[in-house]
Design a protein around this ligand. Sequence first.
Ligand SMILES: NC(=O)c1ccc[n+]([C@@H]2O[C@H](COP(=O)([O-])OP(=O)(O)OC[C@H]3O[C@@H](n4cnc5c(N)ncnc54)[C@H](O)[C@@H]3O)[C@@H](O)[C@H]2O)c1
Ligand SMILES: [Zn+2]
Length: 686
Amino acid sequence: MTTREDAAREAAALGEQLRRHAHLYYVLDAPEVPDAEYDRLFQRLQALEAEYPELRTPDSPTQRVGGAVLPSLAPVRHAVPMLSIQTETDTTAAGAEAFDARVRRELGLKADDPPVQYAAELKFDGLAINLRYEAGVLVLGATRGNGETGEDVTQNLRTIGQIPLRLHGDTVPPVLEVRGEVYMRRDDFEKLNERQREKGEKTFINPRNTAAGAIRQLDPALVAQRPLSFYAYGLGEVQGWDAMPDTHGGVLDALAGFGLPVSDIRTVGEGASALVGFHTLVAAERDALPFDIDGVVYKVNSLALQRQLGFKTREPRWAVAHKYPAQEQVTRLNGIEIQVGRTGKLTPVAKLEPVFVGGTTVSNATLHNLFELRRKDVRVGDDVIVRRAGDVIPEIVGRVPGARAQYVPNFRMPRTCPKCGSQVAREKGGIDHRCTGGISCPAQRKEAILHFAGRRAMDIEGLGDKLVDQLVDGGIVHSLPSLYVLGVAKLAALDRMADKSAANLVAALEKSKKTTLPRFLFALGIRHVGETTAKDLARHFGKLDAIMGHTLEEAATVEQLLEVPDVGPVVAESVHTFFQQPHNREVVEQLRAVGVQWEESEPSARAPKPLAGKTFVITGTLPTLSRDEAKDKLEAAGAKVAGSVSKKTDYVVAGAEAGSKLDKAQALGVTVIDEAGMMAILENGL
Ligand SMILES: NC(=O)c1ccc[n+]([C@@H]2O[C@H](COP(=O)([O-])OP(=O)(O)OC[C@H]3O[C@@H](n4cnc5c(N)ncnc54)[C@H](O)[C@@H]3O)[C@@H](O)[C@H]2O)c1
Ligand SMILES: [Zn+2]
């Protein structure tokens, strides 16, 4: 049993904590704990005050709205105070029933009186804003502040495209204050954070705080860079609105008519059952919404009844917020594991004490990369904040500040891939750590096979996404070489695979064995080695063994790789590292052993380069060669092949139906030759 003194002591401590968190949240836009944690403390204080009403002092956090006003922004006194909304903590249907019962009691309705009509809408998780329109023109935009006085953020609000600077239509009242929420869409938030991550900069915690922080920026140019959105949901001061609707639903329709964004997800219905229906419906849709909501709001629809019900200190009696499970929760970080993605990226994953967040139990959450992990300074044993919103994978947004009981070393990335043992590398200036065992790493198997089979790589027709899934998941193909031992019988046994297509695939595999060195190099999926680089490498070295060497030690060094025209340090490093992985070398050997072959040539370092320094353009259809073949031949002789004709072009090779490029060549006086002329130059030189 709590004694009065205990209760007073606890209430004082709670008040202090709540005031501190409210300051961090409302004034600094930098909360230290999730809302669920704040709400828990708040409800505890409310319960104590209910038991001992003398503890309910006027300055108690339960009696006040929002936070203080930033001194750097001009204060705005609200004509009509901006209040909070009472929260219904019971998230089941009972929450809506309790509200309906309260409203009926306060209106003095009897059991057999007709049901009250309600408007139900989303509770957007953003920042409350008051927009003042005079004669239809936006003259002032303010934050809620402490409810009585807010901050002038007009210039910042003007940067939000969805907020009309002038209202539409000729029924706009002389004075109209519109209340609504500035928020950030989830995809906009993700994109913003993705950009921050790429730049290695600090990421934002959640859309709500990002939006709130942006609106209270001093520099409108900075605000303009933040993708903010707006929804209107109510009114402030109104003067001279002759045709003012008499219901809340009607008001929202009118606001939409004036050109203000109003959410379509709302309803008007009778009694508690309509509210329960809406709550259930929105719960099912919540994850799919493009923005965060933390609940739904029920409002008595009739404005006359709203006036009759009136206000308490902090909130109207005619509205209630019915919440959903929180999207951020605190839990214990039990460990950090490394996950290897399809493309070889290593991601630190938090192993959590299971926690119910965003409607499901979460025990894993991403920490994105080593830099972010370090910046957030999370260590095993910490209390961390997990966020799970919509379909976005759960993530750790930070740790709950506080001292650690004992020293815990900083997390380190493994030096070798936990899946295949290949070396882990991070490019200079890059953020991500990657496994370098592309073709030999089980985590990257599917991606590697798809790339290998691609049209511009080994060109294995019929080996697509779904089939690769089937082959790998069924344990039939576990490496690139094992593709070449697939038999028709085994393939035909697969789902959705007919004998004919099985036979076709085997034939395509057989055909693909005869390839070219550039295609083969490209097919290996070495990071940063695209088609062009593969060609450059093949031309320069001529033979695969000149690049990979008979032994690890004989493989081309970074310096040797840097001699290839157009190959820079990042590419050279990547090729070198690839061939330093024993598993990768094995796969290449096995591919050769199953019969993959190509014609090797003299390294271009030694081969004559009669066309060096000359630029060719190929246009039209040549009689025997494809354009790619002609290009290869010219490039092998040292020529540069360009895509468009300019004064720098030396020759245009024109085939049938050559169009504007030929006209341009003639206009510029560039020599035009045909395929036979090109072959003569290749054979005899210029
Ligand atoms: N994490 C922290 O440290 C911390 C600190 C303080 C407050 N908070 C959070 O702030 C919230 C409490 O703040 P509050 O007093 O602003 O109450 P509230 O956010 O629960 O409700 C009032 C607000 O709801 C918004 N709203 C959204 N949709 C609406 C709609 N359709 N109709 C009307 N209003 C709508 C308005 O901005 C309004 O001001 C809680 O969620 C709490 O967890 C968190
Ligand atoms: Zn690996």
